[in-house]
Design a protein around this ligand. Structure first.
Ligand SMILES: *Cc1c(COP(=O)(O)O)cnc(C)c1O
Length: 412
């Protein structure tokens, strides 16, 4: 609250933007997962948010991890996680990375093309392969099918090649697209996975793994879980010997992080002179520009990369946490701190007209695909994270889980 005064007094970090991570939220999402999808093991998609405390907590809770690079694999292994709890779920890997995973004992990995099979046969012939199939990703924010996934028609040839190379294919994976807003996409994908299982049998394999990928959304989770469960019992009525895993990312962390930003500058129209006529302002056009100290090159890269539209709310107004409901609003725009005009956080929103430099704006749902892809463009540092175990349900469990790491002095 006293950020402005402290900054005037020479305190360098007082104004800095910061995340608040409520780890008990991650814990509760895990409980919710276990309740709704008890037969499906979650492998957290590290790329979504590789925060060290999120990873520690999930490691303690016993989830697996979906990694896409040697860097992510090392980060997870350093937590003391057994390599069997990792799936290397990037279908297109550098040969050196495949060799690295062989060295560290990570065997489970995805593929969707023959070149990958040749590479794997050369440097990791003992790998447990999972064929990533293409599914309909048109009902999702971030379509992944443009880049990955073997169309079903190509699967028999892929499996024949794998057999010829003496490789062990253990199952099928898919990803319906990140931020999937149509739960029925999962049912369609499970149906296609069933077809791929049958192709596996034709090729002489007995698949034992179904990986239903990521794409789970907080708001539609129960509906998705129920559609997915129904589809699995329909297409895989005999669950015996079948292991089902998933690669949720966003679901676990999206709502766990909020971001507090300081208003570092403002451009407002000149105050009308006394006695002059009020200038008519177009309420549809932002008349005030606020500049905050995180932007599109930082945490708000999610606007560009993850197609998000973050909405600010007032954390402090005129130096007080109390924001009266009656305060008059003005159409405003919110900008990041860099010198690039693409750095617009919110092109129009209603904010109190008395909002000033030194006040704070906050944003919720900032846990997925934000801090992990933030850059330091223009010399602006990435915002720090402040952790809380929350006051409500799960706080004690989170503290207990994290204490394990302190006791064992595990290095992250
Ligand atoms: C990004 C990604 C995920 C996580 O997706 P969410 O939509 O965040 O759940 C899972 N698996 C793979 C292979 C991915 O690329």
């Amino acid at each position: 609250m006293r950020a402005m005064q402290l900054a005037l007094d020479g305190e360098s970090d007082a104004e800095k933007a910061f995340f608040v991570a409520d780890l008990s939220y991650v814990f509760r999402q895990h409980e919710r997962w276990q309740k709704c999808l008890p037969g499906i093991e979650p492998f957290f998609a590290v790329k979504c948010n590789p925060d060290p405390y999120v990873l520690r907590l999930l490691a303690a809770l016993g989830t697996g991890f979906d990694c896409a690079s040697n860097g992510e694999i090392s980060q997870v292994l350093r937590l003391g996680v057994d390599p069997s709890r990792i799936i290397y779920a990037n279908p297109c890997k550098a040969t050196s990375f495949i060799r690295g995973s062989a060295k560290s004992g990570v065997d489970m990995m995805t593929f969707d093309n023959t070149d990958e099979l040749y590479k794997i046969a050369r440097v990791h012939p003992g790998a447990k392969l999972v064929v990533r199939i293409l599914t309909d990703d048109s009902k999702s924010l971030c379509r992944l099918g443009l880049k990955f996934g073997a169309p079903l028609v190509s699967v028999p040839a892929l499996l024949a090649k794998a057999k010829e190379l003496n490789l062990d294919v253990i199952g099928v994976s898919f990803h319906v697209g990140s931020g999937c807003y149509d739960s029925s996409a999962f049912a369609d994908a499970v149906m296609r996975a069933r077809a791929a299982f049958d192709m596996g049998k034709e090729a002489g394999y007995a698949f034992t793994l179904l990986d239903v990928g990521g794409g789970f959304e907080d708001g539609t989770f129960e509906a998705t879980a129920s559609i997915l469960t129904d589809a699995i019992s329909r297409y895989f009525p005999n669950r015996e010997g079948l292991r089902i895993i998933a690669e949720p990312g966003r679901y676990y962390v999206s709502k766990a992080f909020s971001l507090a930003t300081n208003i570092i500058a403002r451009r407002a129209p000149p105050e009308p002179e006394k006695g002059s006529q009020d200038v008519e302002m177009d309420p549809e056009q932002p008349s005030v520009m606020y500049y905050i100290n995180d932007g599109v090159y930082g945490a708000f890269n999610c606007i560009l990369f993850d197609h998000q539209t973050p909405q600010p709310y007032v954390l402090s107004l005129s130096g007080s946490f109390h924001v009266p409901a009656s305060v008059p609003l003005r159409a405003s725009s919110v900008w990041g701190p860099t010198c690039d005009s693409i750095d617009c956080v919110c092109s129009i929103t209603q904010l109190p007209e008395s909002l000033q430099v030194g006040d704070w704006l906050a944003f919720d749902n900032m846990g997925a695909y934000t801090v992990c892809a933030a850059s330091q463009f223009n010399g602006f540092e990435v915002s720090n994270v402040i952790y809380t175990t929350g006051g409500g349900a799960g706080a004690a469990e989170v503290r207990r889980a994290l204490k394990m790491f302190v006791d064992e002095a595990v290095d992250v």
